[in-house]
Design a protein around this ligand. Sequence first.
Ligand SMILES: Nc1ncnc2c1ncn2[C@@H]1O[C@H](COP(=O)(O)OP(=O)(O)O)[C@@H](O)[C@H]1O
Ligand SMILES: [Mg+2]
Length: 297
Amino acid sequence: MVEITIEALTKEYTNKLAVDHIDMRIKKGDFVAFLGPNGAGKSTTVGMLTGLITPSSGSIRFGKLKPGTVAYHNKLGVVFQNSVLDNQLTVQQNLKVRAQMYERTSQDVLQQVITELGLNNFLKQKYGTLSGGQRRRVDIARALLHQPEILILDEPSTGLDIQTRNVIWDTLKKLQKTMQLTIFLTTHYLEETENADYVYVIDKGRIIAADSLDRLKQTYAQYHLTLTPKDLQKLRVQLNKLGIAPSENKGKLQLIVSDSAQCLTILQRYRNLITDFECRQSDMNDIFVHLTGKEMR
Ligand SMILES: Nc1ncnc2c1ncn2[C@@H]1O[C@H](COP(=O)(O)OP(=O)(O)O)[C@@H](O)[C@H]1O
Ligand SMILES: [Mg+2]
């Protein structure tokens, strides 16, 4: 079931087309990654989804609801790039103050959110003294107090170390299930899309790929074959005869082939000319290079 429908959404700042006619369909219960390099238009899109930025044209609908209505905004929980909580208050005080803003936030909901996010050990600590990862978890808890249906996060893991990022991802994956949340998350880390059900890739304000991760991998599937030759020149000449121009790296030859069958053919044919090999399938990084012709970082 489609929860959010975005059509031809566009934002033009003075002299800058930040988001250029993007279409998205976010399905209920999905974990959607919105991947793009810095300046791609991610935050502008989040701004329009959350009603902070007025689109130049295009539309956003949550079922029949539109941004600007209370009913629409009640369905959204938002974690911004910069926290909105008070450094001088404890975690508990921050959450209580926020909970009081919502009629429907009962003690039970507050307690459930605290438990789900694992905040019990530092409830009495001032928000400003928490580690980056702890702070992020409190930010997420804050966004869930009014029981939204979709959680929108703008680069929640930027600036966190890899272990902390993994904790945040595990937490989000768990919340998706236990609270039946739809999650829409922006990121510039390619590896993070590995956790998503569906991926939109944005570059220069345009969506350049939209698919499940599995299908993206299938579509752009290539195999990267690295050969350790006995005699580099001899092997290179043989490969050239097949119309393959391998690149050289530290005495090894690297080539890109379309499928595993072709890997096997090459390995069998030249087994006497190689001492070792490695064959790996494209990852999200290769896909991005394939789509844009440039490295992401
Ligand atoms: N208020 C603004 N006025 C003018 N240009 C802006 C404004 N906000 C963002 N931009 C530009 O729009 C583009 C997209 O920005 P943004 O949505 O923040 O990208 P991302 O979040 O993917 O890094 C960038 O080129 C940025 O410089
Ligand atoms: Mg941004």
